[in-house]
Design a binder for this molecule. Structure first.
Ligand SMILES: C[S@@+](CC[C@H](N)C(=O)[O-])C[C@H]1O[C@@H](n2cnc3c(N)ncnc32)[C@H](O)[C@@H]1O
Length: 253
């Protein structure tokens, strides 16, 4: 399990923050799959520091709920991502602190792979969704891993990352067993902002990605030394962007 109450909470905003444009591109992508009416009540499940939660309230009219088990991450959200239509709640996906059929949409943004009981979490997602409601599962999938440039610096990172995720078919099966309908394939979303090698290095070296929690110290040291040297040689190089995978689930009417 990854501990979000310690170091990760302190570096998350600087290492993984999104620009306002990135948040708006994400909410525009969510809008394509969420129900049509407005306002929509949205649950951000595993909301972390509230990177997206206020954007959900702005885009869909509120209320938005951020449910997050890490006290530290949730306090940062309350302090830095407050919004009149957002309520941050202590809780976890396996026991969502919301009533049955209370939200139109659920967002699981890079949180699903951290849930310790995914079948139970998906049953909870179905419970809190209104009939016809939609859950958006933004994740990596073991069979669709992106070829990230920085994997070349950390020999075991690719395998460690792929090991954290299920395949699309495994997630679909879990969702359907929980009473949710699942799309056949994820949709691909382009939201990432182009960043230079220097900017990407500044973010990566904060080790705000949970992958780095699983790598040996010697590998981290060597990889970050080589990464720093290359970033210094070519600081303005614009780094490749990767479309993000998102699986659309829904509660049947
Ligand atoms: C990579 S962060 C993503 C946070 C946020 N969704 C974002 O995109 O910035 C993963 C989050 O999932 C949370 N998490 C871990 N286990 C969870 C669980 N069982 N239920 C809900 N959230 C969980 C972690 O505490 C962490 O804040």
């Amino acid at each position: 399990m990854v501990d979000y109450d310690g170091r990760l909470s302190r570096v998350y905003a600087a290492g993984r923050g999104m620009t306002g444009d990135e948040v708006r591109r994400w909410t525009a992508a969510f809008a394509e799959y969420l129900p049509a009416g407005r306002p929509l009540a949205i649950l951000d499940l595993g909301s972390g520091t509230g990177r997206l939660t206020p954007g959900l309230a702005d885009a869909f009219g509120g209320p938005a709920y951020g449910v997050e088990p890490s006290d530290r991450m949730r306090v940062i959200a309350e302090e830095t991502a407050a919004h009149p239509a957002v309520t941050y709640l202590r809780g976890a996906a396996e026991e969502i602190p919301l009533p049955e059929a209370s939200v139109d949409g659920v967002l699981m943004f890079l949180s699903f792979h951290h849930f310790r009981d995914q079948p139970r979490a998906l049953r909870e997602v179905r419970r809190v969704l209104k009939p016809g409601g939609v859950a958006l599962l933004r994740s990596q999938f073991a069979d669709l891993m992106p070829d990230l440039f920085w994997y070349d610096y950390f020999p075991s990172a690719r395998v460690v990352d792929a090991g954290m995720y299920l395949t699309v078919e495994e997630v679909r099966r879990l969702a359907e067993a929980a009473g949710l309908s699942a799309a056949d394939e994820p949709v691909w979303v382009d939201t990432e902002q182009a960043r230079t090698f220097s900017e990407v290095h500044e973010r990566l070296k904060l080790r705000a990605l949970s992958t780095f929690e699983h790598l040996p110290a010697a590998e981290l040291e060597d990889g970050f030394r080589r990464l720093a040297a290359d970033a210094e040689r070519d600081p303005d190089k614009v780094m490749p962007l990767h479309p993000a995978a998102m699986l659309v689930l829904s509660r049947p009417r």
